[in-house]
Design a protein around this ligand. Sequence first.
Ligand code: TYM
Length: 335
Amino acid sequence: MEKEKKILYSGMQATGTLHLGNYLGALKNWVALSEEYDCIYGIMDLHSLTVRQDPTAFRQNARRFYTLYVAAGLDPEKNIVYYQSHVSAHAELAWILNCFTYMGELGRMTQYKDKSQKHADNVNAGLFTYPVLMAADILLYQADAVPVGADQKQHVEICRDIAQRFNGIYGDVFTIPEPFIAKAGAKVMSLAEPEKKMSKSDENPNATIFALDDKDTILRKFKRAVTDSETDVRFDPENKPGVSNLMTIYSCVTGKDMESISSEFSGKGYGDFKIAVGEAVADHLAPIQKRYDELTKEKAYIESCIKTNDEKAAYLANKTLRKVQKKVGLTERIR
Ligand code: TYM
């Protein structure tokens, strides 16, 4: 039988706080695509364990991510919004897929190389097999499309390789997913060092805009954003990475194209431009922050969403897992 709508799957690690890169590179697009696809969005808390977490803060962060997903417009009654760790099929399929993934291909992953340098005292096996768990996430739900920022494209590609390898041996078990990378906002850069991507773990507090930053903080960070010694607002990522990043951000939140942004600020200099970007971002985030505040008071509602969605996700995931277990020859349960 033909599926009515295509399936879309994505998620974020539940570490730290959701930032503007996560929002523009992923969450904003998820919301935009949520009517067109059957969508499943995870709080990827198992992935977060590859870096040591404080248990209390970790639980709070995970809940904050869940609430922000909903506040930003993912409807938990239409989409499945759930916790990865609440569906044990992820870990079970990841184990099986580990046996279909080569050390060489995992060793080539850029994120693994970066993270193992950054956390040199904790290069654990989870960090190495991280993309296999991500492949399990996606393949369990037979996803057609995976909307992510540019930094996750390589992980979706290895997921495709693993799925194709598995299907090559056992027949068409998995749907082969396509990465879905937004045209603008797929790589939001740091405000302090615009050659580097915006990240939640940046040590410079002015480098990253967080989704829950208040207006004054947002304006202050944008005013301090590193630009260049010229004055013209022109899109040229190679030679003017700071200004181009601000233009991208402005474009994403206002819908204006680069040309009209250039002419809007022609002859005005960077000061006015930075304030306008800050204002536009703060105004864009304001309704999400307001809804977030309301939702934090609706504990029972959020908890009922988590429960129902965990169950829906587990049902779908277990269907694929049972199929895989049967294909590889694991003994079926006696009922
Ligand atoms: P994570 O938690 O690092 O990031 C979540 C999403 O935000 C995007 N992103 C950015 N986009 C634009 N500019 C930036 N500066 C920026 N920083 C982050 C990421 O590309 C991502 O889309 N491995 C994933 C989580 C994951 C997942 C999955 C995603 C686990 N399983 C299955 C999709 C499908 C990660 O660490 O994303």
